[in-house]
Design a protein around this ligand. Sequence first.
Ligand SMILES: Nc1ncnc2c1ncn2[C@@H]1O[C@H](COP(=O)(O)OP(=O)(O)O)[C@@H](O)[C@H]1O
Ligand SMILES: [Mg+2]
Length: 172
Amino acid sequence: MRIENPERMAELGARIAAELRAGDLVLLNGELGAGKTTLTRGIGAALGVRGAVTSPTFVLARTHPREGKAPLVHVDAYRLTSAMELDDLDIDFSSSIVIVEWGADLMEGIADEWLSVDIVRPHGGQKVSSGAVDENADENVNENTDENADVEPREVSIAAHGARWAHSPLLS
Ligand SMILES: Nc1ncnc2c1ncn2[C@@H]1O[C@H](COP(=O)(O)OP(=O)(O)O)[C@@H](O)[C@H]1O
Ligand SMILES: [Mg+2]
């Protein structure tokens, strides 16, 4: 589906949030600046989490509590190099809603059911070269919130892995 701007991305987040419950895992894929954190912010807002959802750059994972409900755990796996490291975060998957940016390659053996959201920026890219990890790009890596960040449509596709999501209304 086509997502015209950040506000629409947040609305998609709200639609996803409406389907989420404890034990759910959502993987977000897409290049730097695609809109993964923007989507997560929309999910967090709709879930009514405490605390602003930002890029958890230096903490890798941030837990956002909710009054009497499953917390949202937001993981940025950009710097995680192995599933072992993800395991080291000791996330309580079963009693949390977990969203992982860049987690697609890390989840094997850790989970077997997830919703995956792919975000593509059809009209060109990001200043940071895609693919390669640039050690000097720290300030740009997780936040593309500079004023020059153009509003452009994104192409978003949602897929599911495992029985949990088999009949989800989110699947296109
Ligand atoms: N259609 C759109 N959907 C989502 N974000 C958009 C869109 N158009 C422009 N943006 C901007 O792109 C940037 C996305 O950054 P971010 O969500 O941090 O990306 P990521 O977490 O994937 O690296 C934000 O500055 C956002 O305002
Ligand atoms: Mg991000």
